[in-house]
Each structure stands twice: as structure tokens, then as C-alpha cells.
Design a protein around this ligand. Structure first.
Ligand SMILES: [Zn+2]
Length: 73
């Protein structure tokens, strides 16, 4: 999987705080590659691309660690 998609998944996993019943459609956008064209996946893919422009060295571990620390783990 491309790095920007891996980062997008981590960003969503640790930073989406929307309601997953009717607020965020991530879980309803399917498992195929075309999910990246849909609303929630595209929103996080765009965020991941911006993050990579600002910090080309960023890894998904970094995103995960920030998410865990902010959550208090
Ligand atoms: Zn979500």
C-alpha cells in the first residue's frame, strides 16, 4: 500500500472523533481500492498528503505514537 494511504489509515484510526453511525462514513466505504475516492477516505488521504508535504519523513508509527500519547496511553 502506498505510504499516503497507510498514513491516512493511521490518521483516521487515531484522530477521527466523529460518530461512526452517521457522522463518518469510513466503515461504509467498502474494502476495494475505490474506497479512496469516497468521502471519508478521500478526506484522510488529502490530510496524509499534506502531512507528507510538510514532514516527508513522517511514519505511521509516529502518527500512532502521537495518537496513543494524546489518548493517555
Ligand atoms: Zn471516522
Amino acid at each position: 500500500m502506498e505510504i499516503e494511504k497507510e498514513l491516512a489509515e493511521e490518521l483516521h484510526k487515531y484522530f477521527c472523533n466523529q460518530n461512526h453511525t452517521d457522522g463518518c462514513g469510513w466503515g461504509y466505504e467498502g474494502a476495494n481500492e475505490d474506497k479512496w475516492e469516497r468521502c471519508a477516505h478521500k478526506r484522510y488521504l488529502d490530510k496524509a498528503k499534506k502531512l507528507l508535504e510538510l514532514s516527508p519523513e513522517i511514519t505511521k508509527e509516529t502518527i500512532k505514537n502521537i495518537g496513543l500519547v494524546l489518548r493517555g496511553y
